[in-house]
Design a protein around this ligand. Sequence first.
Ligand SMILES: Cc1c2[nH]c(c1CCC(=O)O)Cc1[nH]c(c(CCC(=O)O)c1C)Cc1[nH]c(c(CCC(=O)O)c1C)Cc1[nH]c(c(C)c1CCC(=O)O)C2
Length: 362
Amino acid sequence: MDPFPAMKNDLLLRAARGEKVEKVPVWAMRQAGRYLPEFREVRSKHDFFTVCRTPELACEVTLQPLRRMDLDAAIIFSDILVIPQALGMEVQMVPGKGPVFPNPLVTPDDIQKLNATPDISKELGYVFEAITLTRQKLEGKVPLIGFSGAPWTLMSYMIEGSGSTTFSKSRFWLYRYPEESKKLLSILTDVIVKYLVGQAKAGAQLLQVFESHGGFLDETIFNDFSLFYLRRIASEVKQHLISEDITPVPMTVFAKGAHYAVESLAQTEYDVIGLDWTMDPEKARSTAQKYNKSLQGNLDPAALYGSCESIAQRTTEIVRKFGGKGHIANLGHGMHPDMEPEHLNAFVEAVHKSSEELIQKQ
Ligand SMILES: Cc1c2[nH]c(c1CCC(=O)O)Cc1[nH]c(c(CCC(=O)O)c1C)Cc1[nH]c(c(CCC(=O)O)c1C)Cc1[nH]c(c(C)c1CCC(=O)O)C2
């Protein structure tokens, strides 16, 4: 028996499985965040990781955007960097700078210092609790998305120690220490699989894997150091759930910048392929159809800086290109802190209106 309230809106889950929908579901990466005054209010009292680690606070900020807009999904408030923390690394969130690791990995010997097999429910149980609480509080209004960073993106943060424009330190590892890099990626993969299985068991109804730094790799390096592990994650998460008699939840992979990888990702067990705003929806659609996959995306987040009319116009165009079926509308990357909530609302409304019209005509 499902212990959670019955779903009133399951558009996201139907679209992820390629089923018929009356309108295209829509949510936005970073829909909970600093562009919302009510989020800044919470953050003025609690630091970033305290919000992540306190289920009531994480639940509250997860629900905030849904009170303002007709979004079709909630995404649990957390961060991809909770995994390096679970492996024993310190991560600080520095205002104006983003995440900083005071002691990044410098040489492969540093891998020994990691707690490679953490007790996931002990180290990350707070995320599972936040998910369960949020599923209750959502009362079936919309599905709840869980997520993780992908191995390469996490490895690159652990080595760079912060964001980077070149990722030269972490890319150095791939070419100079390929075997040790694979060892690290495989440690991360094992942890991510357990973490995502735990999220599904706690109540997450779709799982998204963020390979935000995919586009820094060329195709052959991507295949060996990213795709290989992404593929393992989808297949092992689903196998684990099946072995525990749990119906596998749909999974989305978002490999930002990895244009060359749309087809190879469509050949994995992910159900949804996320597109950034530089990828062509029509081209991706013909690839996705071959493999029965759904797509997510891909309005340029910067389009939200335009007027509400121009947002509606651009959104209508994108919805038409994706064709209505097997589409989850989203931005091509996350919201920025200086964006106006009303402009995100214009996007949400335009997705619903234009997709309803499109689908009715079909
Ligand atoms: C690369 C990455 C990170 N975190 C994440 C990614 C993958 C997605 C992507 O590519 O953007 C994922 C993430 N981070 C956050 C969420 C919450 C859920 C949601 O999407 O609403 C999600 C899904 C909250 C957050 N994570 C962070 C914030 C802002 C920090 C704050 O509140 O002070 C939020 C709301 C911090 C963070 N965390 C990270 C960075 C680079 C930053 C700094 C960004 C900035 O300062 O604008 C790492």
